[in-house]
Design a protein around this ligand. Sequence first.
Ligand SMILES: Cc1cc2nc3c(=O)[nH]c(=O)nc-3n(C[C@H](O)[C@H](O)[C@H](O)COP(=O)(O)OP(=O)(O)OC[C@H]3O[C@@H](n4cnc5c(N)ncnc54)[C@H](O)[C@@H]3O)c2cc1C
Length: 465
Amino acid sequence: MRAASNVAIIGGGISGAVCASILAGKGVSVTVFESGRGPGGRMSQRREATGDGSELRFDHGAPYFTADHGEVAGIVRSWEARGLVAEWKAKFGCFDRNTGEFSDFEKEGTAKKYVGVPGMNSICKALCSEAGVEAKFGVTVGKVDWLHERSLWSLASLDGQDLGHFDAVVASDKNISSRRFTGLTEKPPPLDITLFPALSVMSQDIPVHSCFALMLAFAEPLTSIPVKGFSFKNSELLSWAFCDSSKPGRTCMPPVRETWVLHSTAEYASKVIAQNGLRKPSNDALARVAEELFQEFKTAGLNIPRPVFMKAHRWGSAFPGAVIGGEDKCLWDKNSKLAICGDFCASPNVEGAVLSGTRAASKLLGSLSLLSGIFLCVARQRNFVRPFLYPLPPPNLCTVRGLVTVTATIRCPFLYPLPPPNLCTVRGLVTVTATVRCNPRISIRSPDSSIKLIESRLQNLMCNN
Ligand SMILES: Cc1cc2nc3c(=O)[nH]c(=O)nc-3n(C[C@H](O)[C@H](O)[C@H](O)COP(=O)(O)OP(=O)(O)OC[C@H]3O[C@@H](n4cnc5c(N)ncnc54)[C@H](O)[C@@H]3O)c2cc1C
């Protein structure tokens, strides 16, 4: 019998990383599988180099995010306190390609813009490194099978490698059951969604909007541009431009003085993809896109010098064109403990992805505590603990067995050299086999009867009910 619940999370973007962090914080053992070389997904940061070898970094996905929803705003504040995000206090506006003028300058105090520090991927990096989270990068999950008789999930990689068995799965990518997966990999989608009627909304492919990002590095600041971020009006090719190097925590190494990231319009991107297909574009195709987008930037009436570095990146599924999570902001199959989350379940942005990740974690925690008895803290004066068996139904009878992590605050009369009141925290493992009832006692034998356990936590107990 395994001592702890283990959950596989497919995707190390922000929704998967938030979900992983919440679950691990509650004592669940989490494994994140991510196709990319690192975490972040559409909040990635790209490393490049100029011709002379100077390193460049670009936030080539989401340039920033906002947090209006109370729950997300609270999470973002906690990231801010940890130094993972900072507010990007820059002037934003709109550029009209027809008139060659900037307008609609944003007023001070409009929704705060947050960025990861020193890169957009910093948040996912930190969350995927937390205790209890094991992250495996460069692993594409190619098969996700529900073993009904064993109530377990079995995962395999795209190249057929066994990735293990799990009590529950969180899939944070909309292609998990989509034909689009086949278009990209020439393999069938990992999950057969027809086996899970509660998730039938996933049986239709979710429409997506594509985007090309153009990364540019300049030897001189672009002084003709009076803002650090602007949208384009009346351009068929470009939608947004951001001065990446003006974000907090970024530095430019000579010869580079400023870096910019431009976003294409969805119409331009879908036209190019219709010509070239879904598979990864060739370097030549990307170079042609880069030149076209740069010419549009240059000829739009802005005085733009030739960059020292220029490269395009394709985001085939930059934004979901539909949101399918309803009130729950995620999809959930209770019987198999399968959650699906991501921006396509809540709203097509970072905020929506964070919210969806939290909701998937809540669904799992509700069901995993039934499955594996995460016993809540119990305390009291003598050497025993009283687990609350919430949410087990009456009569709250179950067998617990396994290694229990005990964190206890103890009072000991002779704990030299601790000063009175001789309180300290100890951690240790205790083996427990017991049948417990509502409000039971589990004895924790102390090596020294003078040590009194006055507060304790039990985690990761296996529970059969
Ligand atoms: C160009 C661009 C501009 C944007 N601008 C903004 C903006 O200004 N503000 C804003 O809030 N949002 C913006 N967004 C959207 C924002 O980035 C996304 O909404 C958010 O990052 C989505 O997070 P997610 O976790 O739902 O998905 P993702 O970040 O896509 O994460 C899913 C992860 O799953 C991995 N994966 C998929 N399949 C598998 C598999 N089979 N095995 C293993 N791993 C797998 C993927 O590699 C990916 O890392 C922008 C996005 C782009 C691309």
